[in-house]
Design a protein around this ligand. Structure first.
Ligand code: GTP
Ligand code: MG
Length: 193
């Protein structure tokens, strides 16, 4: 286990409101309902630290969480959920752009994908968008508990192909439910901070 203490800090839209710190941080990105908040909860070993819901489109702000008093997770709103009322829909691009252009000490972005499906158009757009930045981008294929072990390689290869990655490139396979391969992600974080 990597994380011993965890704490919700704040929910923020504007850069001026970000926590005033140079602490290393990791941004969680992905479609609505893919499991971003569950990823944080699994790593923190807490059930309800980050707000999860079976209703997509709940998270509308950047939510900062302090882990072990030495790094942060930043939970971003999910994209691709059309039913959020137009008036309340977040300016997703703006929120992301502001974050990436700010001087936060971002050590990496976890782009979370559902291992059962091909990346969506939005996933591909976000992937291309993130590649323009000088940032470590990690693809996490989650909900692996929902497929048989024999399908893991087929699905990860498919996801790599869709993203135009090489088959030798690394994708992190994960389950928030069973904590499958959580050590790989913990090691990645440990080595990055
Ligand atoms: P938004 O904040 O709406 O963008 O969603 P999110 O990406 O934060 O997803 P969240 O963590 O709230 O999870 C959505 C649903 O998927 C919840 O019902 C979770 O219990 C479920 N879920 C998340 N990760 C896993 C997983 O690894 N396995 C299984 N079986 N279910 C998962
Ligand atoms: Mg969430």
């Amino acid at each position: 286990m990597l994380i011993n203490t965890s704490e919700y800090l704040k929910s923020v839209v504007k850069v001026v409101d970000y926590p005033n710190t140079n602490m290393p941080q990791f941004l969680l990105m992905g479609r609505s309902n893919v499991g971003k908040s569950s990823f944080i909860n699994a790593l923190a070993n807490r059930k309800k630290l980050a707000y999860t819901s079976s209703k997509p489109g709940k998270t509308q702000t950047l939510n900062f969480y302090l882990m072990n008093n030495n790094f942060m997770f930043v939970d971003a709103p999910g994209y691709g959920y059309a039913k959020t009322a137009k008036e309340t829909r977040v300016d997703f691009g703006g929120l992301l752009e502001n974050y990436l252009n700010s001087d936060v000490n971002c050590k990496g972005v976890f782009l979370i994908i559902d291992i059962r499906h091909e990346p969506s158009e939005d996933d591909l757009l976000v992937f291309e968008f993130l590649k323009q930045y000088n940032i470590n981008l990690y693809i996490v294929a989650t909900k692996v508990d929902k497929i048989g072990k024999s399908f893991i390689q087929r699905q990860t290869n498919l996801i790599k192909k869709c993203f135009g990655m090489d088959l030798s490139d690394k994708i992190y396979v994960f389950s928030a439910e069973t904590k499958f391969k959580i050590e790989e992600i913990e090691n990645l974080i440990k080595q990055s901070i």
